[in-house]
Each structure stands twice: as C-alpha cells, then as structure tokens.
Design a binder for this molecule. Structure first.
Ligand SMILES: C[S@@+](CC[C@H](N)C(=O)[O-])C[C@H]1O[C@@H](n2cnc3c(N)ncnc32)[C@H](O)[C@@H]1O
Length: 430
C-alpha cells in the first residue's frame, strides 16, 4: 500500500527539527523505507524545500495561528502543507486533502490543518506581501545569520541569501587518470544526460539536471565523482609535482584527497581526520577510485600524537568551519546551526593552521580552505596568521590582490561559497 508522502515528509522533518539530525541522514533513513521512485522524489523535494524556506513558512504559519502548535509532527505537517501551496506546482485540492489526511487519528489537528491551509489560499496575496516586508521571511534565513552576513558583505548580502536558497547544480569531477573531460562529455551525451564543461575549472562538468550517480557512466569504477566546482580548485592550487610528500589535514570524506591523487598520482599522500567514522568513508571513496593514501585517524591540533616528524612539501588544511557557503546543498544548516556554534571555530582553525605550519618544509606551500563565507574564518584568520608567523608569505590571487586569499561568495560563477589562501614557508635567516 502506498504511504501518505506528506506524513513521511513531516516525520523526516521532525528528526531534524526535534532530533537535531542532519537532513542528509534523516532522509537516508526515510528513503530506504520507500520503494516508489516518484514517492522518494516527492518526499525529498518537500523536505529540502521546507528546510530552504523554513523561516518564511514559519512566518506565514505564525500569521495563521492563534497559538503555537505544540505537537511537533503536526507543526511539521503544517509547514509541509504551506510549502506545497506556496512553492510547488501541485494540485491545490490534492495538497490540502492529503495533508489533512496525514493528521491520521488526531481530529483536532485535522480541523486545524484544514482551516489554516484554506485560509492561506484565501489570503495568499496579502500574506506573501507581509512576508516580503520581514527580512527573516524575505530571505528565509535566521535573524542572527542575516546580521552576520550583512555585517561582512553589506549590499552583497541579499544576493548571498538568494543564492543560498536556490537548488545547487550537480557538478562532476572527471578522474584524469581514467579519461578526459571531452571523452566523458561524449559518454554523457550518448546517454542523453545534458552537461557542460565548466570553463573556469579543467576537471569540472556541470549537469543541467541532477541525476542519480548510478546512471552516470563508469561511476562505479571511479571515472567521475560528484564535487562542486569550488572544491575542485584545491588540487590545482597546491601546484603538485611528482615525488612530493603531501599532507591532507581534515581529509574526510576525501573529496580533495582523491582529486590530489588524480591530479598527481606520484606523490606520497597522508590523509588525516579526527573522525574515525568519517575515515571509513575515506576508505570507501578511495577504493572506488582505485587510489591509495596513508590514512591516519588523528587530531590535527596535536600532530605529536601521530606525525612521524618528516616534513611535507604541500599541505592542504580543509578546516572544520561553519559551512555557511554550502547552505544551498545543506539547507538544514539554517535550522540546526546556532550563533554560539560559530564562536569557537576561528580559534580551532588557528590552532590547526599553526600545527600544520610546523609540519611544512621550508619552501613548501600550504593551502588553507573553508566552505565558509565569514571573514572571521577566512581573511581575518589569514591576516592574523600572517601577522604572527614571520616565516609565512602569502601568494596572492591575481583576481583579489588587495585582500588575503580568494573568497568565492555563494552562487558566484555557479559555485558554492568557498575560501582559499596560499601560504609559502620562507627562510627568515636570509
Ligand atoms: C570540511 S570537512 C573536510 C572535507 C574533506 N577535505 C573533503 O574534501 O572531502 C572538515 C573535516 O575536519 C575534520 N576535523 C574537525 N576537527 C578536526 C581536528 N581537530 N583534527 C582533524 N580533523 C578534524 C572533520 O571530521 C571533517 O571531516
């Protein structure tokens, strides 16, 4: 018997809203319980949509209620109902009746959901106009996050909010050890999967519509991986050469480790991450690509507990960060992250950066990366590091000579929000 997909979506959202689970893991569980591909696609679209527009939907719901809904499943169901009416091209009648049915035996909720969805339909225009006059609803971001981003990016902030609410493109990284981008584009064309080469990045292909990875030719044998364009800049920035010793610090799940090895297989690559569970994913990912690295579960702030003392020619620090640059891929970040969560990050990043520096050879190059758009994690972090590290010299980016590093804002050239800085270790005795 087919399930009520509105109820399934609401129950998935409860795991995020009430259980603090990530949408990725909540959905993984849900999708494994559904068989019908259309139902899976619908539930996924609704859950992502509700998270993307959570703050707007919450505002609308608030206008429609006399008192808050305490039952979290019914609250989630109300959001699911409003999302369908406000954002999806579904038949209004079916959306209302299926959502009302999803209240099951709670008769009080049946009446409530029915009444509020019908009132929304009657007053849609006024309600949407009202929502547009409130920044939290207009941008669909929490208030604290709007302030943080406005503080750093001023008049650019609305573009960032808008880009963060748009579904991201699916981007592939072609494995240079197995094929060329041109040949792979041809393979995609043969299967009528529409795709384009990304001009700014030699390994990247953007699909015009996302597809399941199992439909990608030779995915199983590692010919391509899924990785945003912005993340694909890391390997090139490391200026890898054969024979180098390379450290990938904070490596899991190995997107960039793999790209390092695909770009220059003749390096000795050490990949370190503190999280043993995520390290298992590193193993799986490298195995699919037929690549190998020395894997270490270790704390980047305490290299003395795992490092053999041999310095590295190249180090990538893909630091733990707020991930505010990838909200478009993980919209639940807006629901789960609190302002306080960000307070300790710059200090941890500085600690990791300093520890990494001690492992870099003189003349060696360190690339610092985050998927954040906050200055505290990025250019301020690097400014502070340069001010306190006499043997560090920045290699500036042509596109950004006046500032520290290269900040890619969310949506810029179709990319996730990302930050890179290149730091060279110089001799100070000269
Ligand atoms: C941005 S993710 C890395 C993504 C990865 N580089 C890739 O491209 O697939 C940051 C990683 O830092 C790890 N991490 C956090 N604190 C750490 C620490 N003190 N030492 C080592 N790794 C840490 C997390 O477990 C997480 O896997």
């Amino acid at each position: 018997m087919s399930k009520n997909t509105r109820l399934v979506a609401a129950q998935t959202l409860v795991r995020v809203l009430d259980g603090g689970q990530s949408l990725t893991s909540a959905l993984e569980h849900t999708l494994s319980t559904l068989e019908n591909p259309q139902e899976k696609a619908f539930v996924q679209a609704v859950c992502y949509g509700v998270c993307r527009y959570y703050h707007r939907l919450q505002f609308l719901l608030f206008q429609l209620l006399d008192k808050p809904i305490k039952d979290v499943e019914i609250y989630a169901l109300a959001l699911v109902g409003l999302y369908q009416l406000a954002f999806m091209r579904v038949k209004t009648h079916a959306a209302v009746s299926e959502t009302v049915d999803a209240t099951r035996k709670k008769s009080w909720a049946k009446n409530l959901i029915n009444a509020l969805l019908r009132r929304y339909l009657r007053e849609q225009e006024q309600l949407e106009t009202l929502a547009n006059s409130n920044p939290v609803a207009l941008y669909s971001h929490p208030k604290w996050l709007i302030s943080r981003i406005e503080n750093d990016w001023g008049e650019n902030a609305p573009h960032i909010f808008q880009a963060a609410n748009e579904p991201p493109p699916m981007v592939l990284r072609v494995n240079a050890l197995q094929t060329t981008r041109e040949k792979y584009l041809q393979q995609l064309a043969e299967l009528e999967i529409e795709a384009q080469a990304v001009e700014t990045c030699p390994s990247a292909i953007r699909l015009l519509k996302p597809v399941g990875v199992t439909t990608l030719p030779n995915f199983d044998t590692g010919m391509v991986s899924v990785q945003d364009t912005a993340a694909q800049f890391a390997a090139g920035l490391l200026e890898l050469n054969a024979g180098q010793r390379v450290l990938d610090l904070c490596a899991a799940p190995a997107g960039k480790t793999a790209h390092i090895l695909e770009s220059q297989p003749d390096v000795e690559c050490v990949a370190v991450d503190i999280d043993a569970t995520r390290m298992v994913r590193v193993e799986t990912n490298l195995k699919r690509l037929n690549l190998s690295a020395q894997l270490i579960v270790g704390d980047a702030t305490q290299p003395e507990s795992w490092w053999d003392g041999k310095q590295f020619d190249r180090i990538l620090v893909d630091a733990p960060c707020s991930a505010l640059g990838v909200i478009r891929r993980h919209p639940d970040i807006k629901l789960l992250r609190r302002a306080d969560d960000l307070t300790a990050l710059p200090a941890l990043q500085a600690q990791i950066l300093n520890a990494a520096w001690s492992m870099l050879k003189e003349g060696g190059l360190l690339v610092y990366a985050t998927c954040s758009i906050l200055k505290a994690e990025n250019e301020d972090q690097i400014a502070e590091f340069l001010a306190t590290t006499p043997n560090a010299q920045e290699i500036p980016f042509e596109k950004n000579p006046a500032k520290h590093g290269w900040q890619i804002l969310t949506g810029e050239n179709g990319c996730d929000g990302f930050y890179y800085a290149r730091l060279q270790k110089i001799s100070i005795s000269a």
